[in-house]
Design a protein around this ligand. Structure first.
Ligand SMILES: C[S@@+](CC[C@H](N)C(=O)[O-])C[C@H]1O[C@@H](n2cnc3c(N)ncnc32)[C@H](O)[C@@H]1O
Length: 279
């Protein structure tokens, strides 16, 4: 989840990512929300940064996880989709049941019914990313907004670099990597191929204050580390227990795109997951 260091290539277990993600989210539902809830930048949170860019409703939260965006977007017709039943079970804590268990490449909504799609901390994972973006474009009305939050390598402080370098050494990893890293380098081209015109690509450092050993452990556990053996992971968690009183930078990237097409305009309302305009 956190992206501390330089990344080259996709790393990870190749075709095993889907199975790894299933197991990871079954074992750790809500962990992304728990970590990002500890992260701030001048009083702002990563989820607040996403909400700031949201346009008209209804809002589809693609790969919504435990639903951290639901409270802020409930008034704009929030509906969440995720492929993990364990994550969706946690959405209820936010007081909404407007969710569907579905893959990002097959969203159970008709064409052109939502005003905004948000995808927080997941576009780097969804496979294949082109199929997911095609779904984003399909369900968005022309003129609608797409907001994606992603891990980033910058900005970061010298202290962040030192913390992550030590952690990666303990984990015996050269860098962290996600399946879609290479595709997201040229976000303009990737989005443009799906009638999504990129209008913003910003990076921002949030800081996670390590208030207890448990928070340190959670930061390490939230990382996707598909090929790190349990012994190295335990060593990484041991290291993070010693970070109490420090802060760990979480550099994030926010992409905002507009759905191109004739008849731009928005209309607020509600949508219910369960139907598609096409098979
Ligand atoms: C890092 S979590 C982010 C969760 C939430 N959006 C947040 O910001 O807290 C990634 C989420 O993507 C979901 N996910 C991964 N691949 C998916 C796919 N192909 N379709 C739907 N959800 C997917 C996972 O189940 C998980 O809930």
């Amino acid at each position: 989840m956190v992206d501390p260091s330089q990344r080259r290539g996709t790393g990870g277990p190749g075709g095993g990512w889907a199975a790894y993600l299933r197991r990871f989210h079954e074992a750790n539902p809500g962990i992304t929300e728990d970590v990002l809830a500890h992260a701030t930048d001048q009083g702002a949170t990563p989820y607040g940064w996403v909400v700031d860019a949201v346009g008209a409703g209804p809002v589809l939260d693609l790969a919504c996880g435990s639903g951290p965006l639901a409270p802020a977007l409930a008034g704009r017709g929030w509906v969440g989709v995720d492929s993990s039943a364990s994550e969706l079970a946690n959405v209820r804590q936010h007081g909404t049941g407007r969710v569907a268990l579905a893959d990002a490449v097959s969203v159970p909504l008709p064409d052109g019914v939502v005003g905004t799609v948000v995808c927080s901390m997941a576009l780097m994972l969804v496979d294949p990313v082109d199929a997911a973006l095609a779904e984003v474009a399909r369900v968005l009305r022309p003129g609608g907004t797409f907001v994606a939050l992603l891990p980033s390598t910058r900005p970061r402080t010298a202290s962040d670099t030192a913390h992550y370098a030590r952690l990666l050494a303990v984990l015996r990893r050269r860098h962290l990597a996600y399946p879609n890293d290479d595709r997201l380098v040229d976000a303009t081209g990737l989005m443009g191929a799906h009638s999504l015109r990129l209008v913003e690509d910003e990076r921002r450092r949030f800081a996670c204050r390590i208030t207890s050993p448990a928070v340190g452990v959670m930061c390490v556990r939230s990382l996707y580390l598909p090929d790190v053996d349990p012994g190295r992971l335990a060593a990484g968690e041991h290291l993070a227990r010693g970070w109490v009183g420090k802060e760990l930078g979480l550099p994030l990237r926010r992409l905002v795109a507009v759905r191109e097409g004739a008849g731009e305009g928005t209309q607020a309302g509600e949508v219910s997951p369960g139907s598609r305009s096409r098979p």
